[in-house]
Design a protein around this ligand. Structure first.
Ligand SMILES: [Zn+2]
Length: 216
């Protein structure tokens, strides 16, 4: 089962990918995670991508395509995979078609207001990095981390203005990709405006309806 997950920031893609990955025994391949890991390791690739990540720029196609090509050759991808964060350009999508054939593309969506509420309510502990939400997962004492007593703040990335901008960028980048897969007839729109305990069963049901039998 070879899948691509597409969705705006804050839609919960990572959570859904983890659930599908466990159920079907296929790896969740996030190019963002791979790059961050390589930067941490200080590998040759890590050194190459570091400057783009730090400048908030996209890693060039040649590098991303090569990373995905190598990753898909690994043994654990034989039964399938979930690609997350790739492709981001039409060229990446076309190159992917030369490497393998994709079964389904899940396009997660929710109204902007839902995403702004989710991300806008997010708070993070400056000391240990624990994540809270003012509405859905508040700390016991306001402004103070339950785990370590550290101060809880809102990241600059999570203010409503910045979130709106991130959503605009997302649409600009991904509309051509979404259309590309829509034309191929393999795109499925998945509504993800509810909590994960509702969205995850919806995804699993959808996959079964498309003939994919889970491992366990
Ligand atoms: Zn903390």
């Amino acid at each position: 089962m070879r899948l691509i997950f597409i969705g705006p920031p804050g839609i919960g893609k990572g959570t859904y990918a983890t659930a599908v990955s466990e159920r079907y025994g296929i790896p969740h391949i996030s190019t963002g995670d791979i790059f961050r890991e390589e930067v941490k390791r200080g590998s040759e690739l890590g050194r190459k991508v570091k400057k783009y990540l730090e400048a908030g720029e996209l890693v060039p196609d040649e590098i991303v395509i090569e990373v995905v090509r190598e990753r898909l050759k690994k043994e654990d991808c034989r039964k399938g995979f979930i690609l997350d964060g790739y492709p981001r350009t039409l060229r990446q999508a076309e190159e992917l078609d030369k490497m393998t054939s994709i079964d389904l593309v899940l396009n997660f969506h929710a109204p902007d207001e839902v995403i702004i509420e989710r991300l806008g309510g997010r708070r993070i502990c400056v000391k240990c990095g624990a994540i809270y939400h003012v509405k859905f997962m508040p700390p016991k004492k306001p402004g103070i981390c339950d785990k370590c007593g550290g101060k809880i703040i809102q990241r600059k990335d999570d203010t409503p203005e910045v979130i709106k901008h991130r959503l605009e960028v997302y649409r600009r980048v991904f509309t051509p990709i979404i259309n590309y897969y829509k034309e191929k007839g393999i795109l499925l729109d998945v509504y993800a405006g509810e909590p994960a305990n509702i969205v995850i069963p919806r995804i699993l049901k959808l996959l079964e309806e498309h003939g994919f039998k889970p491992e366990k």
